[in-house]
Write a protein that binds this ligand. Structure first.
Ligand code: ADP
Ligand code: MG
Length: 737
């Protein structure tokens, strides 16, 4: 049923225009053409589609392609059609088609022109369709995203489990090609077993992505991760990236925060209108948007080769998810920076989300999450950890991508831990190689719980043999014992620790075992917090600079015949003398300095600061200041609009539930940051012409503009604080703007 073998390369050129095969493609295609069951494990972007598309085009009959996402089928079909003269060469059959459309599809298949028919598993398994498929000439069945068969990963699709039954009913010996980009050894077993692959040819590509840089940072208190993200994005300005968050709400909040900070970002989640989602994807591809803030809904089928960074604002629920999401960075082989923020709070959030799931699923998810936590906390080469998870060895000294992760770049000290590994191996042996990591740690530390008592593990000789060390420490010993090949985790009984041959000989004759202690993120978060507090405190007031700034203010004021405080008030100068703002953005972030004011008066001041910083070699406490979303702009707009309408200030205040005093303070801030406001209409209600003139003159001669001083001056005339404040506002509005 398959045409004679042609020169594959020329066929590749003819059908797809490529001159070389990638990776294992050629061997895989030969295997499919030979009618063998074939199992392909190749990372995302590796070129899996071609492995079934080319043989399908070369074979008689129609290949069925089982694919989980209806949304992506059209795209796939369009791609194949793009290479062909004939629209009918590829079709999809799923619930989105009208009756007339599916009739046309079926006609094309029967007539033999259709070489590839994409179906969802539900469509394939439907009795009606099965009867149809039985009658047609099938070349082979391709099962794409085959990991959907397994519960041990992400996106498990129960319908996938019934595929094999259906395929069998379509005829004996229909060859199967299964493809996946994510398969731990456990998932691989599941796929082989479930599809009942017949002595398959297995093609396993390396999952290593040597150009990606992996990094995990403590998330810390609210605001910390955000600040780091913005700082990072400012360095990557104009480059494309994805930020993964946990909830739909987070997509909006984080995107908004980025927008406020001048970054072109948009939210993306499954709850958005499909048109909005399509537009957002489009804008990202066209680079009108640099950063997408997404839940996991984003990325499937998105193929932007130059995504430069993938940030996990919260850790994902499994390493499979993490690896697939980070895999979207640097597909063109160039830079790809992957940062994950880790906090125990997010772990608890994920656990909460699982709470309502059935027990079995919950336990499985908990174990997947445990692996993710272990990844975050590990202090060894991250690439080695990840690849080991997918069943691959990695040489952290010379392998492709060695040293491209935070742990390798900033290594922690190693320590000799021969005796402690020995303790663990003894515990594993004595407990009959029947317990999971958590319990092994319990035993060595001598901690009882129900499990321990049920199995009488507290009676083991080694119970409590390592009570003096911490849990983090024992976790490190076990994890690294696994990586060094002394212990394995059973694939069948997920999580149960067993000794390897190397482990058994270590028990007899221990050798050196070097250990790096895992990260302790609770400690690291606290340290980071402290360092930040110190650095913002190290906004210590620089008295020398403050003096220079005051001199400059005096000079500038004189030049303009204005009192100094009209230019900048003291608190603003003090902040400048501790934050050292230089750019106009930084300047505008100083309290009491608006963009307008920064432009009008800022230049001379920033020049002075810049010179001072350079001359004195000063480390500025922060390279940028993050703007937060919560500002009072709503209230400001309200105030400005109402003053324009000449609404009495008392009324504006009571409308907003403020005291008049508070309102006046707010108005002064508005005026000081560069907006002219005319409150004459209200002043006239309180003060006569002569009083107004006196107070106005006072403020134009005052050095400080202090209301308290003014009050002393006018107390005898019965002028109130509020009235003085109003006059000050009038004065400032007229001269400072
Ligand atoms: P996967 O399904 O493994 O994630 P795809 O099949 O979508 O990957 O292929 C990824 C990209 O690689 C596509 O743009 C495809 O056109 C391209 N590609 C596949 N094979 C080759 C090849 N032999 N030469 C050049 N490009 C290829
Ligand atoms: Mg694919």
């Amino acid at each position: 049923m398959i045409t004679a073998e042609k020169n594959l390369k020329s066929t590749l050129k003819e059908y797809f225009g490529f001159s070389e095969f990638k990776d294992n493609q050629e061997k895989i295609i030969q295997s499919v053409l030979a009618g063998k069951d074939t199992f392909v494990i190749m990372p995302t972007g590796g070129g899996k589609s071609l492995c079934y598309q080319l043989p399908a085009l070369m074979s008689e009959g129609t290949a069925l392609v089982v694919s989980p996402l209806i949304a992506l089928m059209k795209n796939q079909v369009d791609l194949v059609r793009g290479y062909s003269q004939n629209e009918s060469v590829a079709h999809f059959l799923n619930s989105s088609l009208t009756r007339a459309q599916s009739t046309k599809v079926k006609q094309d298949v029967v007539s033999g022109v259709t070489k590839l028919l994409y179906v969802a598993p539900e469509t394939l398994n439907k009795p009606d369709n099965r009867r149809f498929f039985e009658k047609i000439n099938l070349s082979f069945v391709a099962v794409d995203e085959a990991h959907c068969i397994s519960e041990w990963g992400h996106d498990f699709r129960p319908e996938y489990r019934k595929i094999k039954q259906t395929i069998k009913s379509l005829g004996e010996n229909v060859p199967i090609i299964a493809l996946t980009a994510t398969a731990t050894p456990k998932v691989r077993e599941d796929i082989k077993k479930n599809l009942d692959l017949n002595n398959p040819n297995i093609f396993l590509s390396s999952f290593n992505r040597p150009n990606l840089y992996y990094e995990v940072r403590p998330k810390g208190k609210k605001g910390n991760a955000e600040r780091q993200i913005i700082q990072f994005l400012k360095q990557k300005e104009g480059k494309s990236g994805i930020i993964y968050v946990l909830t739909r709400r987070d997509t909006h909040e984080v995107a908004k925060l980025l927008n406020v900070n001048g970054i072109k970002a948009a939210p993306y989640n499954a709850g958005l209108e499909s048109q909005v989602r399509a537009d957002t994807q489009d804008a990202f591809l066209k680079e009108d948007i640099d950063v997408i803030v997404a839940t996991i809904a984003f990325g499937m089928g998105i193929d932007k080769p130059d995504v430069r960074f993938v940030i996990h604002y919260s850790i994902p629920k499994s390493i499979e998810n993490y690896y697939q999401e980070t895999g979207r960075a640097g597909r063109d082989g160039l830079e790809g920076h992957c940062i994950a923020f880790y906090s125990y709070k997010d772990v608890q959030k994920l656990e909460k989300l699982m709470k309502d799931k059935p027990v079995a699923e919950r336990e499985m998810n908990a174990q997947l999450l445990q692996e993710m936590i272990a990844y975050a906390e590990t202090a060894i080469c991250r690439r080695k950890f990840l690849l080991h998870y997918f069943g691959e060895d990695f040489d952290e000294e010379n392998g492709p991508g060695a040293k491209l992760d935070d742990n390798s770049r900033y290594p922690k000290k190693e320590q000799e831990s021969k005796e402690d590994l020995l303790k663990i191996l003894k515990v594993v042996e004595e407990s009959k190689e029947a317990h999971i990591l958590k319990n092994i740690v319990r035993i060595v530390m001598g901690r009882k719980n129900q499990d321990i008592e049920d199995y009488q593990l507290n009676e083991l000789k080694s119970f409590g043999s390592g009570a003096e060390q911490s849990e983090t420490y024992w976790n490190s010993v076990i994890r690294q014992g696994i990586l060094a090949g002394y212990i394995t985790k059973s694939i069948q009984n997920f999580g149960v620790l067993k000794l390897t041959d190397a482990g058994r000989s270590f028990l007899k004759k221990p050798v050196s075992f070097k250990l790096v202690i895992n990260h302790n993120f609770i400690q690291e978060e606290a340290d980071q917090e402290k360092a930040f507090m110190e650095s913002s405190k190290s906004g210590v007031l620089d008295q020398d600079l403050l003096k220079l700034l005051k001199d400059l203010r005096k000079k500038e004021a004189k030049k303009r015949e204005l009192p100094p405080y009209v230019i900048f008030q003291d608190p603003s100068l003090e902040e400048m003398a501790s934050q050292y703002p230089i750019s106009s953005d930084e300047f505008a972030n100083i309290t009491g300095v608006s963009k307008g004011k920064a432009i009008k008066y800022g230049k001379k001041f920033s020049e002075l600061i810049k010179e001072y910083v350079e001359e004195n070699d000063i480390d500025r406490p922060q390279d940028f200041v993050m703007k937060s979303v919560v500002n009072k702009s709503g209230i400001k707009v309200f105030i400005i609009q109402n003053i324009d309408k000449k609404i009495p200030l008392e009324d504006i205040a009571s409308e907003k539930g403020m005291k008049l005093e508070e309102l006046l303070k707010e108005i002064e801030t508005i005026v000081m940051s560069g907006t002219k406001l005319n409150i004459q209409y209200d002043i006239d209600q309180y003060l006569d012409e002569y009083q107004q003139e006196d107070i106005y003159d006072y403020f134009s001669e005052s050095e400080t503009g202090s209301l308290d001083e003014a009050y002393l001056e006018f107390e005898d005339e019965g002028i109130t604080m509020n009235e003085l404040q109003m006059m000050k506002i009038k004065f400032l509005s007229e001269v400072a703007n």
